[in-house]
Design a protein around this ligand. Sequence first.
Ligand code: GDP
Length: 196
Amino acid sequence: LLFQNTRFTTSAPDIRHMPADEGIEIAFAGRSNAGKSSALNALTRQKRLAKTSSTPGRTQLINVFNVTDEVRLIDLPGYGFAKVPIAVRNKWQRALGEYLQKRQCLKGLVVLMDIRHPLKDLDQQMVGWAVDSGLQVLVTLTKADKLSQSERSKMLKKVREACLFYGDQVEVIAFSALRKFGLEQLESTVNRWCVE
Ligand code: GDP
């Protein structure tokens, strides 16, 4: 796949307004500010494809990007933002669970977590849902440049051990949009999911 060719297609206010359940989708999820937009921009080699958020938690839209006519990247709204009312949050969590469970074209979920604060409750819930739905999961530990080499390997090991619980559907990588490490692994994993 040539991710450089990725284009914005549409924003959907909720799951029901997404494109027809055909072709292949790869979804990206993470807490607000985890570095999801930066990862999508790094993957697609574009500066402003996904909007890096100056106001975390504001965008509650699902952004749809087409890599090809068949393959879409789905930018799910960031979760865990405290200022979003609980009722809205609960509704969104339910919709997300439903999307992960019912979407036939969905092949895999990239869950982005700040390497300094990984596997928070909502992150675990997300990974758990995806695994229960039979999806492949790539836990992407972002902003890895913020840690020293040794802290980074320690964290990677710790998160990998924690994820053994989920079985072999879950892979874990360290990633930095800034320094571009982990980019090849992200790219090859998403590619693999698309052809499997
Ligand atoms: P999103 O809310 O998950 O889409 O997160 P963004 O991509 O907008 O990033 C949130 C903040 O983290 C921004 O200030 C980014 O500049 C910063 N950030 C994202 N990726 C990296 C990275 O790889 N390294 C560092 N040092 N900062 C990053």
